[in-house]
Design a protein around this ligand. Structure first.
Ligand SMILES: [Zn+2]
Ligand SMILES: [Zn+2]
Length: 136
């Protein structure tokens, strides 16, 4: 059981289901919404996440294609988002308050990383998403 929360603590949640390993996404959209080089995300099944508080404080921004972050309306932290296509939650790993027991499995969208982004570690690197399985 892993819990997570936003910076101000208004939004809190609990992950009870199995999660994927952590993916580091280096795409330009993730840079915009996070302000940093890459977004650390793990995925939880639809029934594997429950809100403990603050669900009514969530501001949902979505682009025309449905992509976009959900955030705490008080402090602006990204919060878990229910992915419309996959029936699963996308959980920003930085919100977790304890060790989820999974580690970074790979880096995705490496081809569109920022010129100043230096990827460290031995995790696999994918030019695009995990699905493409094309390695750098
Ligand atoms: Zn907050
Ligand atoms: Zn991304």
């Amino acid at each position: 059981m892993t819990r997570g929360s936003c910076l101000c603590g208004a939004v809190r949640f609990e992950v009870s289901g199995k999660t994927t390993e952590i993916g580091m996404c280096h795409c330009s959209k993730c840079r915009k919404v996070s302000g940093v080089a890459s977004n650390a995300v793990l995925i939880v099944g639809r029934d594997g996440l429950a809100w403990l508080s603050g669900e009514d404080q969530i501001a949902k921004f979505e682009m025309a294609d449905g992509w976009g972050p959900w955030r705490c309306a008080v402090c602006g932290s990204p919060v878990p988002k229910l992915h419309p296509d996959r029936g699963a939650w996308w959980v920003p790993a930085g919100l977790l308050d304890s060790d989820p027991g999974v580690r970074i499995a790979g880096h995705i969208f490496v081809d569109s990383k920022a010129p100043w982004d230096e990827i460290a570690g031995s995790a696999r690197r994918h030019r695009e998403g995990f699905e493409s399985e094309r390695l750098k």
